[in-house]
Design a protein around this ligand. Structure first.
Ligand SMILES: [Zn+2]
Length: 78
């Protein structure tokens, strides 16, 4: 009976050691957050073709009109 108690203590000690090395909190790696909502960047319309594009990608001309591409900037407003 004494040996059974020793065995239980040893097994419990080993179990605790193993648990420390491999914590059960090893959840699946944190998933990346749900896809971030598209940024609400200001959208502008091309002065030539009326295509909507983010303001950061628009090409302004000398008069401040915005265009979707260099070709439309050169073609000018419709
Ligand atoms: Zn355009």
């Amino acid at each position: 009976m004494k040996y059974l108690l020793v065995l239980v203590v040893v097994v419990a000690g080993l179990w605790l050691l193993l648990r420390k090395r491999h914590p059960p909190a090893a959840r699946p790696a944190t998933r990346p957050d749900k896809k971030a909502p598209p940024s609400l960047a200001a959208m502008v319309a091309c002065a030539h073709c009326d295509l909507r594009l983010p303001q950061a990608e628009a090409l302004p001309d000398a008069n401040g009109r915005l265009y979707c591409s260099e070709a439309h900037r050169l073609a000018g407003p419709r």
